[in-house]
Design a protein around this ligand. Sequence first.
Ligand SMILES: C[S@@+](CC[C@H](N)C(=O)[O-])C[C@H]1O[C@@H](n2cnc3c(N)ncnc32)[C@H](O)[C@@H]1O
Length: 460
Amino acid sequence: MVFQFPGVKFDLDIIKKYDTPTPRYTSYPPATELSEAFTAKDFKQAICASNHRKTPLSLYFHIPFCENACYYCGCNTIISEKKHIAIPYVEHLIREIQQTASLIDPNRKVVQMHWGGGSPNYLNIYQVKQLWGNINQYFNFDVSSEVSIEINPTYVDRDYILFLREIGFNRISFGIQDFNYQVQVAVNRVQPEETLFNVMDWIREAGFKSVNVDLIYGLPYQSLHGFWKTVKKTIKLDPDRIAVFNFAYVPWLKPLQKKLPVNALPKPQERLEILCMTIEELTANQYQFIGMDHFAKPSDELAIAQNNGSLGRSFQGYTTHGGTELFGFGLTSVSLLRDTYAQNHKKLKDYYQAVEAVELPIAKGFKLSWDDILRKNIIMCIMSGKTLRFSDFEEKYQIKFNEYFSQELEALKLLEADQLINLSTDEFNITEIGRLLVRNIAYIFDAYKTTQKNKFSRAI
Ligand SMILES: C[S@@+](CC[C@H](N)C(=O)[O-])C[C@H]1O[C@@H](n2cnc3c(N)ncnc32)[C@H](O)[C@@H]1O
């Protein structure tokens, strides 16, 4: 069965054939390759080299805390109602900013900043001001920079939202997951519809440039009809971007997920039907399919970037700023420089200890080889849905594409036979069928396949 929607084709048989665990390629090599052999000293050297490139900056700040335990959650979070735990965290985060910023050339402009979590609105207004003030003191922001924050809509009021916009955030994101009450109870995240619509009204009143909401399909008690209602209500809410995540069920990694009623999880066939219906509804209601699980209104910068070929991919997913180097701050945060990845400690104790010892709080990292960088650029080109011109890579990397990637080209022929790509002698592009399976196409160029088995969620 094949369903045609604007810009994307849903071919049920092909999707089933390719529904295997694959990395999401928010980085390449994937974060699973990071090693403890990489130290803070290595990262310092990498920062020094990155200063010579003068690349613009993206900054990420991780606020791990949440007041509520959502049972589906796969993120790096600390659940606590004792909000005073955020006080030492903000203090250490500021010290980390001071320490790392002293190594970064102050003339490098910040073009993008994101506060994620957890729920950054766990912080009170005073803490947000304190953190913001320090970031501004140590970094040089471009006037048109994109500044975004994730919030849990249950724990904000109008004043807080107006404050976020006033201080300088211009983009905002919040989780809905599902409007259905039975689903909300099962995942321990009850959010009345009225709350979500009020939050959206306040966001509009405040004048944010772009609003994203998250949905998840594959949660307990979800059905085709039930999720159709959720999608309809989401369209009525009128966000600029919608992320529709495939539920990553990994109870062996996230013990909270064991609280979910396993028998109520929708079966694979039903999940696919839900996904198909979601694409149909969103694309029929002005949302453009950006890639994988992202949709945006044509007026949103993400859709504009897709249309003019400047869409990029980074640690946060699809981005309008592909050409930056990312510095991550806070617990578990990842930094992605051109040839180096680094990740901060995952335990508060280790993170605090490193910061107090005036060390970069790096737990592990990875130095990319020349081959890694070449493959990374190919994989990000595929993930962004762009035509892959072999000559671009031959020129830049001084290779003969057909020779260097002879095995990969053989594998691509199989994808062409399944109509995922159009392959010619000097380029290939992704077909409308292939757009839902970009991870599988990118996977062909992944040199770490053998070490990765069973570490990833399914492609669809
Ligand atoms: C870090 S969370 C932040 C959301 C925000 N703090 C809130 O509470 O609304 C970002 C998003 O990741 C998605 N997410 C979390 N766990 C997931 C999982 N196991 N599978 C798929 N998506 C997940 C949810 O849609 C969630 O809104």
